[in-house]
Design a binder for this molecule. Structure first.
Ligand code: NAD
Length: 362
């Protein structure tokens, strides 16, 4: 038989480009469920990733999103030292109008059929209540409410990881990791941001906060003794650390030119508008960037703890390990003169390759 020729847009071609193992398309006419589960790599353990519900304009857009996000989860689990693989799922639809209990339970049955190869959690467009519905059909779900044995709000764990990442960067630049007297601008003081401000102020850092929600801004600033600043001026501040905890892509060609900070370390996902271009720009400008997917891994750690049955104390210890992991990334970036994102990716890839070899030798 002649070799199969693949079009550029073919699913197999896209899977090959990213190195995916498995994709499951879930279709249920009765509930209107249209979902794609992508399992990227299970070398280190079962693929864990959130389920996103979004109004994708096309199936191609949904597929690209799930492929990109699931691959990211493999790297996140690997660099954090967790025994987890990478996966993600997307449900096509409007979470406000299309989502029903029946749909989520039907989706739970699809996850059940994967026999533990994929474990899910909440993401954009899904909630703890949805995880509860999935839990009615399968055990392979995390982020269920605490009353059902879940691990609860991940934000304090995420904030702890970000805080440890900041300390690792401070140690690199200033020789010790004390934050006393260091100035930090926290952009976005929602669930993670507020917990981070708390930790920073406990160590006597000088903290500036910004948020588009004026009321929240003033309340949080007053509560922790931080200085409220307009969200328009955050990049003009002459601070040691900029901690993005709101949106992605805030580190771009325009903002990098404005920045006076020495370190960028925060919770937001996809902080660099373009990982390669802006990673290099930061390296050239001498701004130390703590890779977001590493230092915001507390949410994943929280999910992992839920399936491993860990205590809150052990969960926090795992988040503290982000300090050492960040130190290793900074070291590699320095010795190999590569961006910190590239260094993090290389460390994650090496761990997966090493474990693959061990597995193959048994
Ligand atoms: P959140 O929605 O609770 O808080 C975000 C805050 O940012 C809100 O208060 C919002 O008003 C503010 N904001 C929005 N736009 C802003 C702007 N332009 N300038 C200043 N403030 C702005 O979200 P969260 O759970 O705290 O998560 C924060 C970020 O961290 C998100 O990007 C999220 O994806 C990422 N993250 C969160 C977790 C977690 O455990 N919650 C884990 C990993 C990554």
């Amino acid at each position: 038989m002649p070799p199969l020729s693949l079009e550029d847009s073919s699913v197999f071609k896209q899977m090959g480009q990213y190195g995916h193992q498995n994709i499951v398309f879930c279709n249920d006419e009765e509930t209107g469920l249209k979902a794609i589960i992508a399992i990227h790599d299970t070398t280190l353990g079962p693929a864990l990733g959130g389920t996103r519900m979004w109004t994708y304009k096309t199936e191609t857009e949904a597929l690209q999103d799930v492929l990109r996000l699931s691959r990211g989860m493999t790297y996140k689990a690997a660099i954090t030292g967790l025994n987890l693989g990478g996966g993600k799922a997307v449900i096509i639809g409007d979470s406000r109008t299309d989502k029903t209990e029946a749909m989520m339970r039907r989706y739970g049955k699809f996850i059940k059929n994967l026999n533990g190869a994929f474990i899910t959690a909440e993401d954009v467009g899904t909630s703890p209540k949805d995880m509860e519905y999935i839990r009615m059909e399968t055990q392979y779900v995390t982020g269920v409410p605490e009353t059902l044995g879940g691990s609860g709000d991940p934000s304090p764990v995420t904030a702890k990881g970000v805080y440890m990442g900041i300390k690792a960067c401070v140690k690199e630049l200033f020789g010790n990791d004390s934050l006393a007297g260091k100035s930090v601008a926290v952009q976005g003081i929602g669930h993670v941001g507020e917990n981070l401000v708390h930790l920073l102020r406990e160590e006597n850092a000088k903290v500036y906060v910004s948020d588009i929600d004026e009321e929240r801004l003033n309340t949080v600033a007053k509560k922790y003794g931080a200085e409220a600043v307009s969200h328009h001026n955050i990049f003009d501040l002459d601070v040691d650390i900029y901690a993005p905890c709101a949106l992605g892509a805030t580190v771009n060609t325009e903002t990098i030119k404005q920045m006076k900070c020495a370190i960028i370390a925060g919770a937001a996902n996809n902080q660099l508008a373009d990982e390669e271009v802006h990673g290099k720009m930061l390296l050239e400008k001498g701004i130390l960037y703590a890779p977001d997917y590493l230092i915001n891994a507390g949410g994943l750690i929280n999910c992992y703890s839920e399936i491993a049955g860990f205590s809150k104390k052990r969960t926090m210890q795992l988040a503290e390990n982000i300090y050492e992991a960040t130190r290793n990334v900074l070291q590699k970036s320095k010795t190999e003169k590569i961006s910190t994102s590239e260094a993090a990716n290389k460390i994650a890839e090496k761990r997966i390759e090493d474990i693959k070899k061990i597995k193959a030798s048994f």
